[in-house]
Design a protein around this ligand. Structure first.
Ligand code: AHR
Length: 495
C-alpha cells in the first residue's frame, strides 16, 4: 500500500535560523522527575552521581544536546518559595506539593542544585517565577540572587551559600498558567500583574534577560490578543502557549494498549499545533510585525492515563511509537515556524508525561521520544529551508489528517538535513523531494519505526525501539526519493 507525496524545498530562501531552544525540556517538582529522576541525593551509594544528579542522565541529555531546561514548574512554580531551597540542606523547611500527589517536598533540590546541574548539562536554565502565591519582592530577590555580580543582600547570600559568580539566567517565566493553577486570572488582570512583576525583574548585568508571559491554554486566542495589546513590547520577550496532545481530558486512554482510533485522535491533537501556531502568530504579527516577541511553547507532548498501580498525581506514563510520531510532527511544525517559535519545552524530561528518559532505581531507559529528539538535533541553530508538501491524507472513518510532515535545514558546515514523518498507520509513502536547484551527491540517515505502533522500550527490553541506518533513500542531483514506511520517522543528511 503506497501513497505518493511531493515535497519541494526552497533552498534559496534561508533567512530564518531554527533556534536550538525549540528543542528544550521541562523538569517540574512532580512525581519522579526531580526526586528519583534527575536527583538521587549525594548520599546515593548505588547510583553514580555528581552532586546528587545521576551521571547516566547527564550523559544522555548531553548527547541529546539539550539546549535549555525549564524549572521548577508548571503548577508547582506558583507554590514554590525559592528561599526555602537555598542554604544548608538540614535547615530547609518542608512544604506540601499541593498539585502533585500532596507529597512532602523537603526542598533538598533547590536553586544551586538546579543551576549547577544546568551547567553540567550545558543547558540554559529557564526559571519559572512564582506569581500566583509569591510576591514581587520575592521574584525580584531571586533575580538578584542568581544574576547580580556586585554587592547586594541577595548576591552576598548567594556567596555565603557557596557560589561566587552569578549564573546569568536569561530565560524567566513570569508565572505559569495564570489562567488556571497559576491564579485563575483573567487575561486583562494578568497583563497588569505581568507589567508589575516584570518592572522589578532587573537585567542586572545586562545579560539579555528574556521575560516570558504566561500564555494561552491551547486555542484561547483572546488570551494572546490581550497580552499583546496590553503589555508594552519592550517589556515582553516571549508569550507562552501550552498545548497537550490529549484525546479527552476525562478519558485520556492508556499510554500503551491503545486502538488505532485512539492513535488517530492523539495525532489529530498533535497536528493541531500547526493551526494553533499560525493563529497565535497572526495575532502577534498585528502588534509585533517585526517578530521581536517569541512564541514560547513551553509545555507540549502526549498526555495519557497513568500506568496502573502508580500514584495518579505523579503522571507517570509509558512512551510508544505514537509518542515518536507526536515528537516528529511537532518538531517539524516548530522548525517550520521558527521565525516566531524560538523556545519550546517538551513536558517533561524524566518519568513524567512524554518523558525522554524513564528510571527504575539504578536502571535508566531512553524512550522513542528521546530518539526522535536526538535524530532531530541536526536542526539546532541551522538555517530553515522552507518546504511545500503535497501529500495524501491519513484517513480513518470519515476523518482525515495530513499524512506526511517534513522540515529541512542547512547547517553551518553546509550540510542539508530533512526530517520526514509518516503518521499513516497503514500506508507507506513514496516521496519525491525537489531541492530546487541544489545538487547532491550522497544521502544517508536513520529511521525510527517498529512492528507495532504500541511498541515501547521497557526495562526488560530497553532497546526494542532505536534508530537504525535507513536504506530507503536515493538522490540524483536535486531530486531525492524516499520510501517511508507507515508510522516512521526518518532524518536524512544530503551532501
Ligand atoms: O506538565 C504538567 C502540568 O501541566 C504543569 O504543571 C502545568 O503547567 C500543566 O497544566
Amino acid at each position: 500500500l503506497f501513497a505518493q507525496t511531493n515535497i519541494s524545498v526552497n533552498t534559496s530562501n534561508s533567512s530564518t535560523v531554527i533556534s536550538k531552544h525549540i528543542y528544550g525540556h521541562f523538569a517540574e517538582h512532580l512525581g519522579h522527575c526531580i526526586y528519583g529522576g534527575f536527583y538521587v541525593g549525594d548520599t546515593s551509594k548505588t547510583i553514580p552521581n555528581t552532586n546528587g544528579v545521576r551521571n547516566d542522565i547527564i550523559d544522555a541529555l548531553r548527547k541529546l544536546k539539550i539546549p535549555n531546561l525549564r524549572w521548577p514548574g508548571g503548577c508547582f512554580a506558583d507554590t514554590y518559595h525559592w528561599k526555602d531551597g537555598v542554604g544548608p540542606k538540614n535547615k530547609r523547611p518542608e512544604m506540601v506539593n499541593k498539585w502533585w500527589g500532596g507529597v512532602t517536598e523537603d526542598n533538598s533540590f533547590g536553586t544551586h542544585d538546579f543551576l549547577n546541574m544546568c551547567e553540567l548539562l550545558g543547558a540554559e536554565p529557564y526559571l519559572a517565577g512564582n506569581v500566583g502565591s509569591g510576591t514581587v519582592q520575592e521574584l525580584a530577590d531571586w533575580v538578584q540572587y542568581v544574576n547580580f555580580d556586585g554587592k547586594s543582600p541577595m548576591s552576598d547570600w548567594r556567596r555565603q551559600n557557596g557560589r561566587e559568580k552569578p549564573w546569568n539566567v536569561k530565560l524567566w517565566g513570569v508565572g505559569n498558567e495564570a489562567w488556571g493553577c497559576g491564579g485563575n486570572m483573567r487575561p486583562e488582570y494578568y497583563a497588569d500583574v505581568y507589567r508589575k512583576y516584570a518592572t522589578f525583574m532587573s537585567d542586572w548585568e545586562g545579560g539579555g534577560m528574556m521575560k516570558i508571559a504566561s500564555g494561552a491554554n491551547s486555542a484561547d486566542y483572546h488570551w494572546t490578543e490581550t497580552l499583546m495589546s496590553q503589555i508594552p513590547l519592550q517589556m515582553l520577550g516571549g508569550v507562552a502557549l501550552h498545548h497537550y496532545s490529549v484525546i479527552e481530558w476525562r478519558h485520556k486512554g492508556p499510554a500503551t494498549n491503545f486502538s488505532e482510533q485512539q492513535y488517530f485522535a492523539t495525532m489529530k491533537s498533535a497536528c493541531f499545533m500547526d493551526s494553533l501556531i499560525i493563529k497565535h502568530s497572526a495575532i502577534m504579527d498585528k502588534y509585533d510585525p517585526k517578530k521581536k516577541v517569541a512564541l514560547v511553547v513551553d509545555e507540549w507532548g502526549g498526555w495519557y492515563d497513568v500506568e496502573a498501580g502508580t500514584n495518579p498525581g505523579f503522571l507517570y506514563q509509558q512512551n510508544t511509537m505514537r509518542d515518536a510520531m507526536i515528537a516528529g510532527v511537532t518538531l517539524n511544525i516548530f522548525n517550520n515556524h521558527a521565525d516566531r517559535v524560538r523556545v519550546a519545552n517538551l513536558a517533561q524530561a524524566i518519568n513524567v508525561l512524554q518523558a525522554v528518559i524513564l528510571t527504575d532505581k539504578e536502571k535508566m531507559i531512553l524512550t522513542p521520544t528521546y530518539h526522535v529528539m536526538e535524530m532531530y538535533n541536526v536542526h539546532q541553530n541551522a538555517k530553515l529551508l522552507p518546504v511545500t508538501i503535497k501529500t495524501n491524507d491519513y484517513v480513518l472513518g470519515d476523518d482525515k489528517l495530513q499524512a506526511v510532515w517534513a522540515s529541512a535545514s542547512k547547517d553551518s558546515l553546509g550540510n542539508t538535513h530533512i526530517s520526514l514523518v509518516n503518521i499513516d498507520a497503514k500506508k507507506s509513502q513514496d516521496i519525491t523531494v525537489n531541492f530546487d536547484g541544489a545538487q547532491f551527491k550522497s544521502v544517508s540517515g536513520r529511521i525510527l519505526t517498529s512492528a507495532k505502533l504500541t511498541d515501547y522500550n521497557s526495562f526488560e527490553q530497553p532497546d526494542k525501539l532505536k534508530p537504525v541506518a535507513f536504506n530507503g533513500a536515493t538522490v540524483k542531483g536535486s531530486v531525492l526519493n524516499v520510501k517511508l514506511p507507515p508510522f516512521s520517522v526518518v532524518v536524512l543528511e544530503l551532501k
